[in-house]
Ligand binder design. Structure first.
Ligand code: GDP
Length: 470
């Protein structure tokens, strides 16, 4: 395996203007306007060559100009051109944004005209990558741009906004500064080893390392909430075949999503759907149902359902109030025994036909809520209960900074490990040179979050998640 090169960190304020790139920055499709973004060296002169309005090269930054885009003397579209001169642009480079009429073909023609005069088609995330390389954003902020674009709920968007504002970067920089100061003291002592001086008092160092470990731990604890905010509450619909799982899922979503069928055991595979409720994202998973079966294909479905339940943040166990399944009580007990901490709501379904059934059989689990997907009764209450069940089960506070990325969590965990190891070393009377090894490793990990330390592989994997034009 080739070891990827470590990149030199961007120096804030030092801007490099790279070759001009261009891409459509708005979504493909029909729309009132579309924006084509051009960034890089000579991008203003380049656009001027296909722009029939006033000359652009002598115009100041942050101005807008009306004119025509032409190619080989042919009018393509009338447009507004916005100029952003380096360093006052998103990428830090000279940037032109052409607002033209929307529509797949028209937008493509304008883009091709820009490419024809010398711009290169941008790679996914290349504008943001340039912004990072020019020190306009740190790496955690650049990742937040992608998260904001991909946000699937209001809470997720709010959280990415905080990261985009540099909140995580601020924490990490503060941690880094503390570690740098401690390392500097310890390494200075090494220079005066003969004199046996102590620049950093051992008590102060111990307090610093303990406080740091605690602060990192606190930040790490936000990850569970962060994951739920970003990726959604994994909600699994369990229950016997024909209990009404697919129908309820569709009712919650307000549209046809899962397959509904009268033949028991038809929903064999696991189906996922995004559903937003009150700002929170739920990913709803319909399962094949949990029961004892001889059928090989169905047994596979049951196996997958068990796995889905084991990974769920919330289980909705559906029991048919009209034709209760005799296995329900046993399966519910099993789930409770196997996953005692897991939030679960027992939902009685087909409440509209309940009166056909005189009384629920003895020992049948009592539902937390009764609903009818057919008549829409109980659905609003169920939605509220679902949210409450999630909030109660974990202390979800989305107002503060949340760690939402597993990459950041891993780096923070490693940092905590290194600082902890320095603390143990200190207590065990290790000499400064050993402590400094741990501290430097901690600095390395913290640096990977904000991008002071990056590798080409890491940048590639981060920026390839972006769309083209961002
Ligand atoms: P699943 O196997 O648990 O996913 O069950 P389905 O959602 O496929 O539903 C099984 C059958 O029950 C279908 O014929 C549905 O139309 C019916 N059903 C689902 N919900 C209700 C309800 O609220 N009331 C009535 N009367 N029938 C329902």
């Amino acid at each position: 395996m080739e070891i990827s090169k470590q990149k030199t960190p961007p120096i804030p304020g030092e801007i490099t203007q790279r070759e001009p790139i261009a891409a459509i920055a708005t979504p493909t499709g029909e729309g009132g306007i579309a924006v084509i973004r051009v960034s890089g060296r000579d991008s203003i002169t380049l656009v001027e060559r296909i722009f029939s309005g006033a000359p652009l090269t002598d115009k100041p930054s942050h101005t807008i100009h009306y004119g025509l885009i032409t190619r080989a003397g042919k009018r393509l579209d009338d447009v507004l051109v916005s100029l952003f001169r380096s360093p006052r642009s998103y990428t830090g480079e000279d940037t032109v944004e052409i607002s033209c009429h929307g529509g797949v073909i028209n937008t493509q023609l304008v883009l091709e005209a820009v490419l024809h005069v010398g711009a290169r088609a941008a790679e996914p995330g290349e504008f943001t990558q340039r912004a990072f390389l020019n020190g306009k954003l740190d790496l955690s902020q650049a990742e937040a741009v992608a998260d904001l674009i991909h946000a699937r709920s209001k809470k997720a968007a709010e959280s990415s906004r905080q990261h985009l504002d540099g909140k995580l970067g601020e924490y990490v920089k503060a941690f880094r500064q503390q570690v740098i100061d401690a390392t500097a003291m310890i390494e200075l002592e090494l220079d005066f080893i003969e004199e046996d001086v102590e620049f950093a008092s051992r008590d102060d160092l111990r307090k610093l390392f303990t406080d740091l470990t605690d602060s990192i731990q606190q930040l790490l604890e936000t990850y569970e909430t962060g994951r739920i905010v970003k990726h959604g509450v994994r909600t699994v619909f369990a229950g016997a075949p024909n209990a009404g799982k697919s129908t309820l899922l569709n009712t919650l979503m307000g549209r046809e999503r899962a397959i509904v069928s009268e033949i028991a055991g038809t929903t064999r595979d696991v189906i996922d759907a995004d559903w937003n409720y009150d700002g929170l994202l739920f990913t709803l998973t319909d399962t094949a149902g949990l029961r004892v079966t001889e059928d090989v294909i169905e047994a596979e479905g049951v196996r997958r359902s068990r796995k889905a339940v084991s990974e769920a943040d919330l289980v909705l166990y559906l029991t048919d109030l009209h034709q209760p399944d005799p296995q329900d009580a046993q399966v519910i007990t099993e789930i409770r025994q196997q996953w005692p901490e897991k939030p679960m709501l027992i939902v009685g379904t087909k409440a509209d036909r309940k009166e056909l059934l005189k009384q629920l059989p003895d020992k049948h689990p009592k539902p937390d809520i009764e609903v009818s997907s057919l008549e829409g009764t109980g659905i609003d209450t169920l939605k509220r209960l679902m949210k409450e069940a999630v909030l109660e089960s974990r202390d979800i506070d989305t107002s503060g900074l949340l760690v939402t990325s597993s990459r950041h969590r891993d780096a923070l965990e490693k940092t905590r490990g290194h600082v902890h190891s320095a603390l143990r070393g200190l207590e065990g009377g290790l000499t400064g040179d050993f402590l400094s090894i741990d501290l430097r490793a901690a600095l390395h990990e913290l640096g990977t979050i904000t991008g002071e330390i990056t590798t080409e592989d890491l940048l590639d994997s981060i920026f390839s998640r972006f769309c083209i034009g961002k």
